[in-house]
Unconditional design. Structure first.
Length: 136
C-alpha cells in the first residue's frame, strides 16, 4: 500500500500548536471514530459535528471551526471527553477554540441588547455562562 502525505503550511502548524498549547491536548491523536459526535447532546444544534471539527483542527483549520460557531454551542458537559477512546479531552480543545475567539476581542453578546424582561427572569448562571463563552 502507498503512503498518503499531506502537506500542512507553517501557519497552519502554528495554529495546531496554539490549540495544543492552550488545551494541553494533541488533536493529532484523534482517529476520527465519531464517538464524540455520537454522545454530544448539542450536535443537532451545531453547524458541524465535533468529529468534523476535530478533523479540521488536525489540519490547523481553526478559522473554519470558529466560523461554525461550534465552540460557543458546546454545553461543556464533557461527555465527549469521557467517552473518547484515545483519552483526548475534547471539551478542553473546544475551550481552547473559544479562547482563540476571545483573544480576537470580538463580543458576540451585548448586555445592552438583552430585553429587560429576560434579564429579570433568566437565572444568573445562564448569563455568566453566556458571557464566559461569548465575550472577550
Amino acid at each position: 500500500m502507498g503512503q498518503l502525505t499531506v502537506s500542512i503550511r507553517p501557519e497552519q502548524r502554528a495554529k495546531i500548536q496554539k490549540v495544543k498549547e492552550i488545551s494541553g491536548e494533541n488533536v493529532g491523536l484523534c482517529m476520527q471514530c465519531g464517538t464524540c459526535s455520537a454522545v454530544c447532546p448539542m450536535v443537532d444544534s451545531m453547524n458541524m459535528t465535533t468529529r468534523k471539527a476535530m478533523h479540521l483542527l488536525q489540519y490547523g483549520l481553526t478559522d473554519d471551526v470558529i466560523d461554525s460557531k461550534l465552540a460557543p454551542l458546546c454545553a461543556s458537559c464533557h461527555t465527549c471527553s469521557v467517552r473518547c477512546p484515545r483519552g483526548i479531552d475534547v471539551a478542553k480543545v473546544f475551550e481552547a477554540v473559544r479562547l482563540l475567539v476571545s483573544r480576537q476581542n470580538i463580543d458576540t453578546i451585548n448586555l445592552q441588547e438583552i430585553a429587560k424582561g429576560t434579564l429579570e427572569k433568566a437565572p444568573q448562571i445562564a448569563f455568566v455562562s453566556g458571557f464566559r463563552k461569548l465575550t472577550a
